[in-house]
Design a protein around this ligand. Structure first.
Ligand SMILES: [Zn+2]
Length: 118
């Protein structure tokens, strides 16, 4: 899958909820990331078929976040037959990716926020 050619789209309700859960955590830079979130669009972030999305912050004036590292937050999820971790990736102070790691054999879509366990 060529993510360069995918048309950026608004986040789904599930993606928005998962991002909100990640940004509900407390870490350096989270205040700026919360301001970026309403301006984020998504493109597919992984060719395997899982729910990983790359994030594009569309507001050039969005404040950059000074996080301590590029993976400032993560949440676990658990659903029937599947489970894993979603990690927030921040590059150059901007929301960059919701990266999924999953334990099952089949690619897992972005879970609904009620399946988050942390
Ligand atoms: Zn994948």
């Amino acid at each position: 899958m060529d993510t360069q050619q995918a048309r950026p789209r608004p986040l789904t309700a599930d993606e928005t909820g998962v991002l909100a859960a990640l940004l509900a955590q407390h870490f350096p830079g989270v205040a700026e990331l919360r301001q970026q979130a309403p301006h984020a669009l998504a493109v597919p972030g992984c060719g395997c078929g899982c729910g990983t999305i790359s994030l594009i912050v569309t507001d050039p004036r969005a404040p950059q976040a000074r996080t301590l590292d590029s993976q400032p937050a993560a949440v676990d999820f658990s659903a029937p037959g599947e489970g894993g971790v979603i990690t927030l990736i921040v590059i150059d102070g901007l929301l960059d990716e919701l990266r999924m790691s999953y334990w099952g054999e089949d690619p897992t879509p972005m879970p609904s926020p009620e399946h988050l366990t942390t």
